[in-house]
Structures are given as C-alpha cells and as structure tokens.
Write a protein that binds this ligand. Structure first.
Ligand code: FES
Ligand SMILES: [Fe+2]
Length: 345
C-alpha cells in the first residue's frame, strides 16, 4: 500500500487541524453489500473516494487516476480491476496498476498505483481511515450483539442529511426530543418529561443508561409491555461520530441500532445504520428499513436547520436544560480530543 501524506483535500470545508483529527479516525464509507467489482463512489471529509472489490477484498482509494487525474468512478471494470476511462490504465489488488494499454510490454512504475487507504469491514460496513496514526491507531467503534448468533443483522440503506455530522449525532443522543419529533413513530406526546440520568466517561467516549416509560413499540402497534414497564435505553458514544443505542424491550428482547454518521463534508453527512435484534424475526427486513427511515426523516428538518450549522464546543454559547447531560458529555468529549473553533462556525 502506498503511504499517504495526510493533507486536506482542495476545497476542504473543515479547519485543517480538525480535518487531520477527523482523518485519523475510522469512518464508514459504504455498506459492504454495495461494493462489488465496479467502481463505487464515496466522499469522506471532502475527499472523493473510489471503492471496489477484487478477489473479495475491498479497496478504498482516492478517486484520482495517477496518470492524468481523471476520476476512476467514471470508468469501468473487468475481472482484473477497475479501468480509467481516459487511457485505460487498470488497477487491481491494493490499488496496483496492472495494465497500461499504450505500452503493454513495459514494466509498470509503482508511481502509477492508486493512493489507497486502510480498510476494515465490520457491521456490514466498509470503514476507512484517511490519515492513520501508526503510533496511536484509532479504535474502530464496537457494536453490541452484532456477532451474537441469536441476533438478526440488518443494514439499512444509507441516508443523506444536509447538515454537520456532530449535530446529527447529538440529536441521536438527545432523549428530550422524542415526544416532540417522534410521536408519529414511537414516542408519546404526553410523556415528555426526561428522568434523571448520568453519562459515564469511557476510553472511547461515554455511556448513558436512560430509564423511562417511553415505549419503543411503533405507534399504532399493540404495546406488549406490562403496565408501568420501565424501558432502558443504553447509549454508547464512540467519539467522534458513532453512537450505538441498545433498547431493552420486555423480557430478553433487545434492539441495537448503530448511528454511524459519516462526515462527507462539514455540511453533509451520510448516515449508516446497522441494526441487530433478537425478536420479531418474522417481520420482513424491509419494514425495519422503512421504520428506521421514518425516524431519521423526522429528525431531518431539525438537524438541517439548526444554527450555527456546526457544534459549539464552548458550552457558554448555547443554553442548556437538565435533559442535555448527554449532549454536554458529547461536546466535552470532542473538546478533549482537541477539536477547535471549526465546530463553532
Ligand atoms: S488519466 Fe487515467 S489512464 Fe490516463
Ligand atoms: Fe431523533
């Protein structure tokens, strides 16, 4: 793999220092099932990427042909790799150039290889890291129950939000908006009070156990919880942009949702949502996708219209209510990672 000199891309919408901090972390860029032998386009932190699969192995590279800079995502593929549309250079395993049609008998210089990035496939997603820090590698977020044989794994289609990933993630952690934004899907408009909870710091962010009487059954469906059942929602925040929520249904029934926000730019976010559950397994997966999409859609208007667009890490710049303990823990965690003024714009 060719070493990548980590520099922010042209027209980067992030502050360069914050870009580098974000580029050291793992982010999802596609569902694994959406990446095959064809060139597949993704954008991460303003960097256009091409993804493809060769001999089963996913490759993530800059979407720039090393010959004359044409995007490979405009190209084609055959069994041996992806092909640039301009002069037909072909790139296969690890982004290595394996054919130059104009000079087929000459050796291929290493300079003609694609600039690739590390790849991990986990939770049905392809993750990458644009500027790996070899001395202090970033951990990949973990997802409870995904590997548990009793659980079904579901991967919702990606969902694009015209807003900053930090605002979207903060919204996922926010329990006070359920009664206002989600009463058409699961919440109860008459149950808006937020009981006390206290986030606990961890190595990767924080967890928050939130107990309330807000049901998680879809609105209109039969509520199978005993009267006064107290629902536990366990949030696990992996800084900067991945959170998982485990909803404890009655008995041993559990629903785990990962909210993995991929920062396309400072103003665009692609949401990935792997889900694991051990009940209602007869309900078609399409219904789970549709329900999840409705919940994300309900959030859209809030996340896309908040001002400032980014996330003020200086806590004095916005007003807070007691229900915001997770939001405050989130901002403190980001601040501790060193993120700066960029989050204020
Ligand atoms: S620009 Fe890609 S082959 Fe020439
Ligand atoms: Fe929400």
């Amino acid at each position: 793999m060719k070493a990548h000199r980590p520099t922010p891309p042209a027209h980067c919408s992030f502050d360069p220092e914050d870009w580098l901090r974000l580029a050291r972390c793992w982010h999802p860029v596609a569902r694994a099932c959406d990446v095959d032998n064809k060139p597949h386009k993704a954008v991460l932190l303003d960097e256009p990427l091409v993804l493809y699969r060769i001999n089963g192995q996913a490759v993530v590279a800059r979407d720039v042909c090393p010959h004359r800079g044409v995007p490979l995502t405009l190209g084609f593929h055959d069994e041996a790799g992806i092909i640039c549309p301009y002069h037909g250079l072909r790139f296969g395993e690890d982004g290595r150039c394996n054919r130059i049609p104009a000079s087929p008998d000459q050796p291929i210089p290493a300079k003609l290889n694609l600039m690739t990035f590390p790849v991990e496939e986990r939770y049905g997603l392809v993750w990458t890291c644009l500027a790996p820090d070899t001395d202090n590698p970033a951990p990949l977020p973990t997802m409870p129950r995904w590997h548990d044989a009793a659980f079904q794994q579901i991967n919702c289609p990606p969902f694009d939000v015209n807003g900053f990933a930090g605002r979207q993630v903060e919204g996922f952690l926010d329990v006070a908006h359920f009664a206002w934004v989600h009463s058409a899907t699961f919440a109860d408009p008459d149950n808006s009070q937020v009981p006390d909870y206290s986030p606990q710091e961890t190595d990767y962010g924080f967890t928050a156990d939130y107990w309330s009487t807000v049901s998680n059954y879809p609105s209109g469906a039969e509520d199978r919880a005993p009267p006064d059942f107290r629902w536990l929602r366990r949030f696990e925040m992996h800084l900067p942009f991945t959170a998982t929520l485990t909803v404890h249904f009655p008995g041993e029934d559990r629903l785990v949702i990962m909210n993995a926000a991929s920062p396309v730019s400072a103003r665009k976010t692609r949401m990935f949502a792997p889900i694991a559950r051990n009940f209602d397994l007869h309900i078609p997966v399409g219904e789970v996708h549709a329900f999840n999409l409705r919940v994300f859609e309900e959030d859209r208007l809030m996340v896309e219209t908040q001002r400032p667009e980014k996330l003020p890490l200086d806590l004095t710049l916005e007003a807070h209510i007691p229900a915001d303990r997770s939001s405050i823990a989130y901002r403190r965690g980001l601040k501790k990672m060193g993120f700066g003024e960029f989050f204020l714009v």
